[in-house]
Design a protein around this ligand. Sequence first.
Ligand SMILES: *Cc1c(COP(=O)(O)O)cnc(C)c1O
Length: 653
Amino acid sequence: MRVWSVEDSLKTYCVENWGLQYFGINSKGNMTARPRLGQTPCIDMKEVVDDIISRGIKLPVLIRFQDILRHRVVSLNESFRRVIEEAGYKNRYMGVYPIKVNQLREVVEEIVDAGVPYQMGLEAGSKAELFAAIAMNTTPDSLILCNGYKDDSIIRMALLASKIGKRAIIIIEKLSEAYQVIRLSKELGVRPSLGIRSKLHTRGSGKWESSGGDSAKFGLTTPEVLQLINLLRNENMLDCAKLVHFHIGSQITDIRTIKDAVKEGARVYAKLKKMGVGLEFLDVGGGLGVDYDGSRTSSNSSVNYSVQEYVSGVVYTIQEVCAAEEVPEPAIVSESGRALVAHHSVLIVNVFGNIEMGSTPIQFEQTPEENELVTQLREVLANVTGKNLSESYHDALQHWEESSSLFKLGFLDLEDKAKVENLFWRVCFQINKLMVGQKYIPEDLVEMSKHLSEQYLCNFSLFQSAPDYWAIQQLFPIMPLHRLTEEPVRSATLVDITCDSDGKVDRFIDLRDVRETLPLHNINGQPYYIGMFLMGAYQDIMGDVHNLFGKVNEVHVFEDSEEPGGYYIEEIIPGNTVGEILGTIQYSSQELEKAVKIAIDNQVKSGALKPREGVDILNIFEKGLKEYTYIDQSIPVSMTGTGPSSQTTQQGV
Ligand SMILES: *Cc1c(COP(=O)(O)O)cnc(C)c1O
């Protein structure tokens, strides 16, 4: 047998394609992170997880590599600096981070801090985000962009921000907002800075196509833009309009779409500039995508361009249009969120069990008096060959259906029913084995084979931690965190711990396709950890509390070459406890304890329970309210077999 190598694992899980060199595998077969690339230390992620566990922190846990955040900020800004220099573009880049993509304070703080040399600012799309942005953006002269629908209170705060030295630009998304802003700015005696969001004809590509185009929710149509300009001219405020903005959607998968949009947006800028509007900035919005599946294609979970190509596309396109229109080149603003934050966080889940279809915990002997159907199924099993797969499957299916009818009528005992079920699965597995390499496989056998895949039970809630997988079929790279010098001999789907049939992962990244199962290792009586990567954008922050699981534990890891493992853990943010999550929906722990105490007292009074036992039960209840909401079991067990390391498929009967 060939030895399984690190290279095999790298290839199997496409690590080098999606990891952007931030992630790799070391010679121990553990996943590594190199948050600042280059010659910096490689952090052994399995070691980090062991460290986390030894501190008493339970899985699932979200690891944030704060240095990756910083590195992303620097990379994007440096890319713009390089291309601007190379193109001889006569203005600068001033990025903003749209905080809706991940609003966690530590994430925003890190981005603002790393962005100081580049005057990176923040973008807000709601009242709460604006209030956070005004306070958090401490970099002098950086921008605060105020997007989204606005009421008086939002506009008032954005206007007042200029009085405390912040550079807030109110982006007019709807014509009516212009009247509002003019009224309030007069009231407050503040001269506003305005942006104009233009509704482009160019539509995005991929999932967010409808964010752009003529029917988009936000932005001004061309007549509305002209009306706004008339209004500002009449108010003597043409100089207040500083910025033209468009955003055609997130995760734009095709570079041509980006260039088209920039071309159109740059024309809008140029025409307005020529009309005497005081524009200084062209804001190209978000949309810079992330290659989640590593395929570098324009499929939904990928992008067919690099950051460098994106930046070149933006800078050169604006330059071209400005040259043709003979207008000065604007400062370029972009609102990239996903591309900055996706890579920095990894969800680590532990497998706590597996379910194998068709396995049996009891061995059945062949007995003389067993039902005819059992005998027939034995024959089917004995006679399956590569030449009669379909026929065997149909026979087996028919016997199984007949047995079900017989059972309902009372003509089949439980023992024979169990034998039928087990034999049926064995036939299916046998067919599945013989199907490999066959040229033509009938539709129903393909369907059948999907049902045979094993399930690994993972300690997490898809709805909390990876909502986009469920909501918009977004794929994420998922792979074991260790044992990567061992061949992954099982292929399985993942199921989460919510009581929801949608709480499963059965679509995985692949360079050419979407695969239905993930190669995984045998369960071996040791903990088994799986990492879900590139989770930093739009996931944890949008998660919901389906089944009351709530927030997961979080640790923030910093790289440090002075430390033994090359890292230190700066911060631990505990996930929700049972009591906390119940508290968010109006249950008070005290009231719950009181209710349980009443039940206990009644039992004690009636003599059904000893007072001591009653006290113990109450203590256990109280303690449980303070525990983590997730499953507390680190060693995986077979849910269908007989013990921790049983791999019982296809035996018995
Ligand atoms: C969501 C949003 C962004 C962020 O887009 P990404 O694709 O994550 O970079 C930028 N600008 C606006 C107006 C948005 O609504």
